[in-house]
Design a binder for this molecule. Sequence first.
Ligand SMILES: [Zn+2]
Length: 570
Amino acid sequence: MAGSKWVTWTTWLVACVSYLVLVFVSHRSGGGGGGGPEARDHPARFFFNFTLNTGKAVVRKGAIVSNALGDILDVGEEAGVRERLKGSVIEAVDLEGKYVFPGLVDAHAHLIMGGSFLSQLDLRDATSRADFIERVRDRAANLEPGAWLIGYGFDERKLGEMPNAGWISQATPDNPVLILRADGHRALVNFYLLAMANITSRPDPLGGKIERDAGGSPTGILTDTAIAMVRSLQPKPSKGERKDSIMKAMAYANSMGVTMVSDMGTPAFAQSADECWSDLVDVWMEIAAQDELTLRVQTCVPLDLYDSLASFVEKNGDSLGMLSWGCVKEFYDGSLGSETALMNEPYEGTTNRGLRIHEDRAVLQERLANATGRGLQAIVHAIGDLAVDEASAILSAAGSRSKNPNRLEHVQHVSGSGALDRIRDAEIYAVVNPLHIQDDARTMLEKLGSVRSGKGRSFPFKSMLDRGVKIAFGSDWPLVAPLDPLGSLLESTSGRRHVPEEAVSREQGFRAITSNAAEAAGAKGLVGRLQKGQKCDFVVLDRDLLEVEEKPVVLHTFVNGVCRYSRRDI
Ligand SMILES: [Zn+2]
């Protein structure tokens, strides 16, 4: 179509991008091809003037056409795409010579919890007792008596010592205080809340621990399921508050270039099964039905709810607009930071081997098999090497009837290559967290010794790929790390904080935050690659993330061909 003429009509100002222009593509007689094309076939948007690096090929002058439903109709060299457009009237978006990649997918995050954390006391960078106490005092000063003070992110290593209830209780005589450790597996509470929950006279719950001093009094530190003993007293967030958390979390995700999240729900130790169910049917589904999602979300519920979920899927299917469900999540152990990750051998210098959350493995196996037998995707948290061995065996025995792969989350420490082979043979996806290296690398050697924290045993990304295990990256936001797939990619490829032999290639890391993460999130073929037939979810970066060392800046995020984020200062 050498003779086709492009006429810039006017600048199209929208809230998100200010460079949309309405362009008339010259018509052939008959306009859109006659016969009233359906929205599905009719081009609606033309994105042009960018470099597209698919990981296999680089297109210097790329173009994408999407329809009104957000499906990609065409992608490739701009000249060829224009030629195939023939005569259609559509909006054109000039991407100003920047770099386009498939929308980033975070395969493991907790969106409602994360959104609520955005307005809670953030103690991630508290580095001393005085600083910690000061921040709690400041926050408490504005609270009504009885109101809860919720915080998150403390790290005893940054603080130089483990905090206790004595630190914060003087500043908070009239308020329950609950502050989660950075990994969410440990919490600090004040004397007010210890008394309110009657902790002193209660035994350790199954799968959890009430830390006590030499005299037997609780110190204020609660571990894993013991956190539920105080969480259960917290006023439940209303539907409106939970929706508000989701809206905040989605805006944050879009700003990080994220177009899809596999949402693990609020952890079972933090709220009841009924509340998790309500998150799905009362909150997520309502937002999806009202078309307010700016992010594709797969949301999971605890394994406890498998029966309800399987019946729900049988009746209602497993998706609504950009929301999908049909996955169940369970914990097998705790975390390395809290020394509750379940290990084959004790932590260095101790007799502690961590925590097996389900002592009755036969019961867990039966429930997982029931869930997968009814077509649900099973997802199991396993961090320690023994947890990985046992959980992979249980998942393997449970099998799968789902179109989506069973998953092991974190898989941070493994007993050796045999463990990886078993994961591969059972076709289990390993959803791993490169950003957790930042948190754990400092103490891994001390807790596990050189062999267990070394090559092939801890954060074994490259070893996994070499043994044929499929991996995807998740952040676990808001626990431990930000919702930052680009950060995960850079961490996984650098090997700086961990053994260099476990660094993966840029292309391998890229797949772990795009196509592989999409597959783990049940969206294989839907998103993860910019190709015809997939959804028009993409991110615009200021540089080529497959080529450069520095972290690219997210300029724009498009979901279903609609701009959901633009950086303000460009
Ligand atoms: Zn998690």
